[in-house]
Design a protein around this ligand. Structure first.
Ligand code: MSP
Length: 521
């Protein structure tokens, strides 16, 4: 069976992770968890990008000194792994570009491009932005300024190896036009087609070892190391066992989703497909570029000194509220401006009021009216008003699986949450409108049974679809609902979307899920 292969970028280890990095991780984690629930054989790859000038400079700046790069990167990698553990990122493999296996794959891959006649020696005379690790031409870097980050670049004039990108320009343009879902969202595809309207220059893909030695030596010329972006992109192949060749690799590649942010779109939507094409490998199905978390007008980044540490936030608010906020607050694909006040507001409104209350109120009523045992829903509602309310919520709940699936296919992650919260909101209104306490006073037990059975069913469905985003919360809901098994093992293929809540279940009401907080902590 072909695996569902999903990747994140591999992060530079020049500094510790911030919520921008955490954002990509959480998004990919949610997609991976959803696909596991669909029954797919998921393979989720992440890792760290550890070579190149940027890391070499950071190593020196951190006081480790030249030649101590390995010690330096080791000291940072642990912090990435720790952050991903704290954020419940359930990746399958963590790749480091300093792994021996990866270095071997890079060399094998570079030899393959050379054998195919796509690499040649030439003179590089242009700009290089070390923080972005990107080469720029005179027209791209006006006055030597990096068009991506706005910093001054350095002029480089040296003999180097080049990759024949230009040769593939027409092929790539046609491929993107013929495969409209290849680059997502659509506006990013248009951006790439925009780059491709200008003549693609061949890409410099080496650095002379005597000027920059922290990298993988070129297999055909030991005096050079591989340009760090080539080294980095190849991780997606190493990660799924390209070195082993054969079955493992063909079960995995091509990737289903390669998720990145817009800053590295050119590398993933121009360099990468051309590298794959030259090597005779298939294209990933989707390259999805999301937006940036910004502080005011600026991208959040270590170099700007405006970062938010995800671990601080988790200490204050817990892991699930952070996961929820990051994926809900911004349309996946567009930029978002970070604010802790917005996080607190969303926590109180969506989590404490809407979802936490729904669970709490419902379970309180199960205890009060049915001694903690889930009632059996009568075949028909007691009156027309209740029948209409009950019918409407049933209809809403039943269309959740197909709506959620549609949104996940396009990585419209905020929409998944919006859709689930629409059901949560409807359930809260249902309680107000049907007023079960009135029916109870009148001794109309069938009516109360209908309402409570409906609410428990809604909560079961909400717990299931919240799992990819907030696994701990979902498991806690599951426990309080008294449901057995493990919510993560629910198979969405076999999901019974109405009346799947087993009558007779003893609920186990616990502490409220999200106690309200008055202001940013
Ligand atoms: N090492 C390269 C990627 C190589 S992939 C083959 C790199 N690393 S990075 O550390 O700069 O991380 C870039 C990625 O981190 C972005 O593509 C994005 O996924 C994430 N983000 C970093 N800052 C971010 C924001 N401020 N906002 C959203 N995502 C951010 O580029």
């Amino acid at each position: 069976m072909k695996k569902f292969y999903i990747t994140t970028p591999i992060y530079y280890v020049n500094a510790n992770p911030h919520i921008g990095h955490a954002y990509t991780q959480i998004a990919v984690d949610a997609v991976a968890r959803y696909h596991k629930m669909l029954g797919d054989d998921v393979f989720f790859l992440t890792g760290t990008d550890e070579h190149g000038e940027k890391i070499e400079e950071a190593c020196i700046a951190a006081g480790f000194g030249k030649g101590k790069e390995r010690e330096f990167v080791d000291s940072i990698v642990v912090n990435f792994k720790k952050a991903w553990d704290v954020l419940d990122i359930a990746y399958d493999r963590f790749i480091r570009t300093t792994d021996d296996e990866h270095k071997k794959v890079v060399q094998e891959f570079m030899a393959c491009l050379a054998d195919n006649g796509d690499i040649y020696l030439g003179q590089y005379d242009g700009w290089f932005c070390a923080p972005c690790e990107t080469f720029w031409t005179d027209t791209q870097a006006e006055n030597g300024v990096c068009p991506d980050c706005g910093r001054a670049t350095g002029r480089i004039k040296e003999e180097n190896y080049f990759f024949k990108m230009n040769k593939y320009q027409k092929w790539l343009t046609d491929y993107i036009n013929d495969n409209p879902g290849f680059i997502m969202p659509e506006y990013r595809k248009n951006e790439v087609l925009g780059f491709l309207r200008e003549d693609l220059t061949d890409l410099c893909i080496s650095r002379p070892r005597d000027r920059m030695s922290w990298g993988v030596p070129l297999p055909f010329d030991e005096d050079y190391v591989v340009y760090v972006w080539f080294d980095a992109l190849i991780n997606y192949l190493t990660g799924c066992n390209y070195a082993g060749g054969g079955k493992d690799f063909s079960e995995c590649w091509p990737a289903n989703f390669q998720v990145i942010a817009k800053d590295i779109l050119r590398h993933h939507a121009v360099y990468w497909p051309i590298m794959l094409k030259s090597a005779g490998l298939a294209m990933p199905q989707v390259v999805f570029a999301h937006g940036w978390w910004k502080m005011g007008d600026e991208k959040m980044s270590k170099s700007k000194g405006n970062i938010v540490d995800p671990l601080d936030l988790v200490n204050k608010y817990g892991v699930d509220p952070i996961r929820y906020f990051l994926l809900r607050a911004v349309k996946f694909g567009q930029d978002g401006v970070y604010s802790e006040d917005a996080l607190v507001t969303m926590y109180n409104n969506d989590l404490a009021n809407d979802m936490g209350n729904l669970l709490n109120r419902t379970l309180t009523m199960v205890d009060k009216y049915f001694d903690g045992i889930a009632p059996t829903a009568p075949a028909r509602a007691a009156d027309n008003v209740l029948a209409a309310l009950s019918g409407a919520i049933e209809e809403n709940a039943k269309s959740i699986p197909s709506d959620v699936d549609m949104y996940f296919k396009d990585l419209r992650l905020n929409m998944v949450l919006e859709r689930v919260w629409q059901l949560v909101g409807m359930a809260n209104k249902y309680i107000e409108k049907s007023a079960p306490w009135k029916y109870s006073k009148e001794g109309n037990s069938p009516a109360v049974k209908t309402i409570i059975a409906d609410l428990l069913e809604v909560l079961r469905i909400v717990a299931i679809f919240v799992f990819p985003f907030m696994p701990r919360t979902s498991m806690e809901m599951w426990k309080q609902l008294g449901l057995s098994d493990d919510v993560s093992r629910v198979s969405l293929k076999k999901l019974n979307t109405w009346r799947g809540f087993p009558a007779g279940t003893r609920i186990a009401k616990g502490e409220p899920l999200f106690p309200r907080i008055s202001s940013a902590l």
